[in-house]
Design a protein around this ligand. Structure first.
Ligand code: URA
Ligand code: SF4
Length: 268
């Protein structure tokens, strides 16, 4: 049977309860049938972190381990992410992690193995799932959103988003009108690469150092209480010990530092 995109992806809006309770959202997501991804996944994976987090990290979708455990960023990419956050001086107490798509999209290993191979969500899945992360961000109202990789960046800024052009800078995300906030209200967004692209990079040390440096731009925007040991976010050497030029990123003033190594799909 041929299904149209609309039938395959009616969207999550009808499944999102009208509530100001994050836990109620987390429970309701398990019943979502807003697109076809729930069918082959173990469970939906909602965001996790303190309800007063100043930073919301937006990933792509749960990976194999996250799908099994029901928690975001608990696999290899998550391990790298949490290490990089610490190194960037950000307290875990201020970080809420989530994904723009809540169910794992995968395909069977064509060579017949048991491994479930990650597939990027398509534009229809991203659009269908939007009401869930919008719900999280509306309730958390963080100081900073971090877009981890191309998919999160596209979910925020549309298909023309190119992470390589804007990573580590501060962009403004216009708050949707139906959130009933002041007109023209925005949330600061720092885009960076996806941690799984660091794991795949030919020069992992260099990719990791660049990732940490982008995250330091986030730390700089945060109050003291969100930093580890009062870190200014720029102290300390990175893992490879290399010295990198520091870039300044100021609110509302997106720079355009161009660097190679943008992430293009295939994320864990
Ligand atoms: N990759 C993501 O984008 N999100 C996760 O939760 C895990 C891996
Ligand atoms: Fe709903 Fe999102 Fe899961 Fe699709 S991926 S079924 S929209 S929660």
């Amino acid at each position: 049977m041929v299904t149209t995109r609309k039938e395959a992806h009616p969207g999550a809006a009808d499944f999102v309860p009208a509530t100001d309770d994050l836990d109620a959202l987390a429970q309701a997501v398990q019943g979502c049938r807003g697109c076809d991804l729930y069918r082959d996944a173990t469970q939906a994976v909602f965001g996790q972190g303190p309800p007063h987090a100043d930073v919301v990290l937006l990933g792509e979708q749960p990976g194999d381990m996250e799908d099994k455990r029901g928690e975001p960023f608990v696999g290899p990419a998550g391990g790298l992410l949490h290490r990089a956050l610490r190194e960037a001086g950000m307290s875990e107490k201020t970080v809420y992690v989530t994904n723009v798509v809540k169910h794992f999209r995968w395909r069977q290993d064509p060579r017949g193995g048991k491994r479930r191979i990650h597939q990027r969500p398509d534009a229809g899945h991203i659009a269908a799932c939007r009401p869930w992360w919008h719900g999280e961000v509306r309730l958390l109202r963080p100081k900073v959103l971090v877009a981890l990789g191309a998919t999160a960046g596209e979910a925020l800024f549309g298909a023309s988003f190119r992470v390589g052009k804007v990573r580590g800078t501060v962009l403004d995300w216009p708050i949707p009108e139906d959130w009933d906030e002041q007109p023209d209200a925005t949330i600061a967004v720092v885009p960076t690469v996806h941690p799984s692209s660091v794991l795949r990079a030919p020069d992992r040390d260099e990719a990791y150092a660049g990732f940490v440096e982008d995250l330091r731009s986030v730390t700089e925007l945060l109050p003291e209480r969100d930093r580890i040991d009062g870190s200014d976010g720029r102290r300390g050497a990175n893992s490879s010990g290399s010295v990198r030029a520091s870039r300044t990123a100021s609110l509302g003033c997106p720079g355009s530092t161009l660097r190679p190594g943008s992430t293009l799909g295939g994320e864990l």
